[in-house]
Write a protein that binds this ligand. Structure first.
Ligand SMILES: [Zn+2]
Length: 323
């Protein structure tokens, strides 16, 4: 099974995107985006602030640690103590390593992957995050690359500093290869389950996505500047056996993201009918931009918020892991 999701987040991204400042200013991470021109002829290049996929992955790992500790799931000492170690080391400096043992003994390494160069042991991440980028198709406002922050210089007393906030709808994509969790290739390259309670691990890996988004576990400087933040829309798909990616949760003139995903999913199921492809879709829409959606060959479930959306997804996945 493969889970793909795209979220619409209304956020003051300024505060989520702080780069560590040693000088007086810190610049934002920016991305170049193509915006369709109003006259329908071609595109215009727009430079906009963004949050890197790596920053989001870091927040996700923090969420995993927190949930694993609360639920008493296996987690290694290095990941448990990531704060004092300055991040997630994941045994990267070890000289030996056993893939199966590492996966079994730590949910963070199981779900988010690792590499031990000297031991030539690596695991690609089961979870993937896109950059969090503004939805420039539906909005023209608050995309100004000139945002900056004045911070105290080292050795000086902290100076009062200004934070300019920019509000925008940001889009974030997440993909999770569920078949990978708790599984390593055996000597013949066939998948082999190596954890005792795989369903619980899968559930926790999905819960951590909600924890990340609802619990605001990414972004910097929250102690002094908690951003205004809301998940206003989302679309998600569980596909099997051929992975299907939802459309990015952008609003364009021609079609909303849920309708677009439903149409694509419906055709995808027809295309892979010989492989018995199935897709279940889930969405939430606080902005009321999504019209009535239905397709003969796709199950579609609506939710009111992120927690409900994730709960419904977990129900479906747990059931199919049991069956
Ligand atoms: Zn670990």
């Amino acid at each position: 099974m493969f889970l793909s999701m795209s979220f619409r987040l209304r956020t003051e991204v300024e505060a989520l995107n702080m780069v560590e400042a040693m000088g007086a200013y810190s610049r934002h991470r920016t991305v170049s985006l193509l915006k369709p021109r109003g006259d329908g002829k071609g595109y215009r290049l727009v430079i906009a602030p963004a949050v890197s996929g790596q920053a989001i992955a870091f927040g996700y790992m923090k969420s995993l640690v927190e949930l694993a500790q609360q639920k008493n799931l296996p987690i290694c000492d290095q990941c448990r103590n990531y704060e004092s170690k300055g991040g997630f080391v994941k045994h990267g400096t070890d000289t030996s390593g056993d893939l199966e043992n590492l996966v079994r003994s730590c949910i963070v390494e199981d779900v988010t992957g690792f590499m031990i160069a000297k031991a030539e042991v690596r695991r690609t991440s089961a979870i993937q995050f896109s950059y969090m980028t503004p939805d420039i198709d539906s909005s023209d406002v608050a995309i100004d690359p000139q945002f900056h922050v004045r911070a105290a210089k080292p050795g000086e007393k902290p100076q009062p500093f200004q934070v300019e906030s920019g509000t925008a709808i940001y889009v974030l994509g997440v993909a999770l290869d569920i078949d990978k969790i708790g599984v390593v290739p055996d000597s013949n390259g066939k998948p082999k389950i190596v954890v005792a309670n795989r369903a619980e691990r899968v559930k926790t890996a999905i819960q951590a996505i909600a924890h990340l988004l609802e619990g605001l576990s990414f972004g910097a400087k929250k102690a002094r500047y908690l951003p205004v933040y809301d998940v206003v829309g989302a679309v998600a798909a569980i596909s099997h056996p051929v992975p299907f990616m939802v459309s990015p949760a952008r609003i364009s003139k021609d079609m909303d993201y849920v309708t677009k995903t439903v149409l694509r999913a419906s055709n995808y199921v027809k295309l892979f009918s010989d492989a018995k492809e199935t897709i279940k879709l889930f969405y939430m829409d606080k902005e009321n931009v999504v019209g009535e959606v239905k397709a003969e060959n796709i199950d579609i479930t609506k939710a009111d918020n992120v927690s409900e959306l994730v709960l419904k997804i977990i129900e479906v996945i747990e059931k199919s892991l049991r069956d």
